[in-house]
Design a protein around this ligand. Structure first.
Ligand code: COA
Length: 282
């Protein structure tokens, strides 16, 4: 029998001032992803997604690790011992919450505080933005123990990195630090560890000022258009904006009003005041 912490404790979260801080919470196992953690993470994401007091979700790790990837014992060895059905179930549970996070209702930020290996590239990519401690370490370690970078990890590095850099990481199994990860485009920025939470808090607070309907439409658009021709993207974006208008036509009109009539803000320099409601006039 495993002496592992109970399923409900594998993920921790708090909500403060509009920001949900969600943590991989198996520091003693470097936050590697077991089937239990994957199930619990889905529950937590589900619980937070449509809460009115949550505007941004930050995913980080307890202790010295963001996530050391898949749990080699519980996710690989123990499920493989139970047969193909168990393997496929464990995959669905992991990929399921990453997919949920990729298309999450609220903007998401990966706050990479430490180790980030292999399968952890799935949730890293699922988050819309990523900030790392300069001291964090990123690696595709699969080659070091004899598998290919699965669970989306190969796809993630092809999406985010140049072909040569992706190939180097995947074939060499060497780690890069947060600073290099930022230089390569795997994360947005790297800052000294003590500045990481303040920087992520500032970014989250800026996102909280934006129109939430526009944020969701925008994050989905940026993910979708990557695989479209220019013409298809143009058409998709027209329709996506028209669909967003259905949910929030007033916010968009108020934004135009504050710029064109009230002259109280400039869209090129910041967000409109979304606490003010549109009068109904054009
Ligand atoms: N799967 C299963 N167990 C893991 C794990 C993983 N991916 N990563 C860490 N652990 C466990 C260790 O087995 C150890 O367990 P124990 O205390 O019962 O012996 C515990 O977590 C602490 O790990 P340890 O290796 O002692 O910590 P460290 O700080 O010295 O090293 C790492 C950290 C991340 C460099 C190292 O744990 C490691 O290489 N992990 C595997 C990373 C990996 O290849 N992930 C890709 C999977 S797709």
């Amino acid at each position: 029998m495993s002496t592992e912490r109970v399923e409900a404790d594998t993920v921790a979260f708090t909500v403060r001032e509009g920001i949900a801080w969600v943590k991989f919470n198996r520091p003693e196992k470097r936050n590697c992803m077991s089937p239990r953690l994957n199930r619990q993470m889905m529950r937590v994401l589900e619980e937070l997604e449509y809460r009115d007091d949550v505007g941004v979700l930050v995913l980080t790790g307890e202790g010295t690790s963001w996530s050391a990837g898949m749990d080699l014992k519980e996710y690989f060895r123990e499920t493989e011992a139970k047969g193909l059905g168990a393997v496929r179930q464990a995959q669905r549970e992991a990929y399921g919450w990453w997919r949920r996070l990729r298309w999450y209702q609220k903007p998401t930020i990966a706050m990479v505080n430490g180790w980030c290996f292999g399968g952890a590239y799935g949730p890293l990519f699922a988050c819309d933005l990523a900030f790392a401690a300069e001291e964090a370490q990123f690696g595709l370690s699969e080659i070091n123990w004899g598998i290919l970078p699965g669970g989306g990890a190969s796809k993630v590095v092809r999406e985010l990195l140049s072909f040569r850099r992706a190939m180097y990481l995947a074939l060499m199994g060497e780690n890069i630090d947060g600073r290099t990860a930022a230089e390569w485009g795997l994360v947005n920025e790297a800052v000294p560890r003590e500045k990481l939470e303040p920087r992520v808090t500032a970014v989250a607070k800026a996102l909280l000022q934006k129109n939430p309907i526009a944020l969701k439409a925008t994050k989905d658009a940026l993910r979708r258009v990557g695989e479209m021709t220019y013409d298809n993207a143009e058409d998709y974006l027209v329709r996506a904006q028209e669909a967003a208008n259905f949910f929030d036509n007033e916010g968009r009109k108020e934004g135009i009003h504050q710029f064109i009539d009230a002259k109280s803000f400039k869209p090129g320099l910041g967000a409109y005041d979304k606490s003010r409601r549109h009068s109904g006039k054009p």
